[in-house]
Design a protein around this ligand. Structure first.
Ligand code: PLP
Length: 411
């Protein structure tokens, strides 16, 4: 008899985006005349075409594969050396941050990395996540059996939740109970809050003191425009001993469909055995990649690498500026109609307090029905997300302008 991994059965049935899709479809079935008018600012998926530099690099990489002399078969599981070099140089060393080429591990995007990293850790770790949170961290840990049962009203037994509220500027505070692993996301999905340097320093100091490890999700770092805000945890002294960073080309290079990201795992990062021996994680992560994967496709790696060329950098900056322009319009639109909004300045998400008498799902339905705009109910990101909605800036300018017009007209 084959036995199922029963941890999967703990997963909450209505994962956020399928539930949103279900409600949108129900609305369309009820009011089909509005089907063509719906504007989606819910899921954080990019809308604008790929940077030309990446397109050209992928085309020419595909041409290479068409000829015997330049054909490539399996590549290294962790990424081509020159691609890792370009990334380490472009994202880190050129900014004075010490990251070696072989500390970059290419992947098909950071969603998978955020949970597969747990393969390196025992089940005995106390894991902290922010509330609200990017749901993939939680569900990945549920699947691994790192949590207990689902809790009444949301969340899981066994996880330590770090509330992010208006009172703390949506920045996770150091917990009073000790934790071994903590997920931090900056700029945050969903709140758009960015971790200030002093607070990130405090987290690194905490992690070093407690021999904890920080999983730092920097998927949206390209949106940070304020030069005083850290774009990488490795800007903070001591982070190489206590952090892993996740990066993605999805929101910088528009690669949500192309699929490419990477983790940075420093050679000095260790975790403890039950007996107290310190084990470097870098060889384990390398081994993991070489066992489980044959790497990211050649053409995609060349596309990602091209984002670091002079043209590529300019095109990425343009793309980011486009979405940040949208975020500004959305945030201003909300404020002008008397709503309180956060985020949207160094992040592509605007986090809006829901006006009375609505709750998050109620306001989601209200906006859907009255404005034919799809947003994301904050409650879908955790208990502390109740009372908020997230508006995504990933859209065309025309759609965003229309959303602002429509929001101005509803009650
Ligand atoms: N991390 C955060 C915080 C995200 O919001 C997302 C995607 O929305 C990801 C990671 C996943 O990105 P990728 O497309 O690289 O898998």
């Amino acid at each position: 008899m084959a036995f199922v991994n029963e941890h999967y059965l703990k997963l909450s049935a209505g994962y956020l985006f399928p539930e949103i899709a279900r409600r949108v479809n129900a609305f369309i079935a009820e009011c089909p005349q509005f089907a063509g008018e719906i504007i989606r600012c819910g899921i954080g998926d990019v809308t604008e075409p790929l940077p030309l530099a990446a397109v050209e690099a992928m085309k020419s990489a595909t041409d290479e594969l068409a000829h015997r002399a330049s054909f490539k078969g399996y590549g290294p599981g962790t990424g081509y050396d020159d691609v890792r070099h370009t990334i380490a140089e472009g994202d880190f060393r050129s900014r004075g941050i010490d990251v070696a080429d072989d500390e970059i591990f290419l992947s098909d995007g950071s969603k998978g990395d955020c949970s597969s990293i747990m393969e390196l850790f025992s089940h005995s770790n106390r894991i902290a996540i922010t509330d609200p949170v990017y749901p993939a961290y939680v569900d990945g840990n549920v699947m691994f059996g790192n949590t207990g049962a689902p809790l009444e009203g949301g969340g899981y037994e066994g996880l330590v939740y770090l509330p992010c509220t208006a009172a703390n500027g949506f920045i996770a505070e150091i917990p009073s109970t000790p934790v071994d692993i903590v997920y931090l996301c900056s700029p945050s999905n969903p709140t758009g809050a960015v971790m200030p340097r002093a607070q990130l320093e405090a987290w690194v100091a905490y992690a070093r003191k407690h021999h904890a490890i920080i999983f730092y999700d920097a998927a949206y770092e390209a949106y940070i425009q304020d030069p005083t805000l850290p774009r990488s945890i490795f800007e903070i002294e001591g982070a190489r001993d206590c952090a892993v960073e996740f990066r993605s080309f999805s929101k910088s290079g528009g690669f949500t469909g192309v699929r490419c990201g990477y983790t940075v795992l420093p050679k000095s990062l260790c975790a403890s055995t039950a007996g107290g021996a310190q084990i470097p994680l870098h060889p384990l992560w390398t081994r993991r990649w070489n066992t489980r994967s044959n790497g990211v496709s050649y053409a995609v790696q060349r596309g990602a690498q091209a984002l670091y060329s002079t043209e590529g950098k300019r095109q990425v900056a343009e793309l980011v500026a486009h979405y940040l322009g949208n975020a500004k319009l959305l945030r201003e639109g909300c404020t002008q109609r008397g709503l309180t909004a956060w985020g949207g300045t160094n992040a592509p998400y605007v986090w809006v307090r829901v006006p009375a008498p609505f709750d998050s799902w109620g306001y989601f339905e209200h906006i859907l029905r009255e404005a034919r705009v799809v947003v994301t109910p904050g409650a879908g990101f955790g208990r502390c997300g109740e009372g908020f909605i997230r508006i995504s800036a990933f859209n065309s300018r025309a759609n965003v302008e229309e959303v602002v017009r429509r929001l101005a007209c509803i009650n």
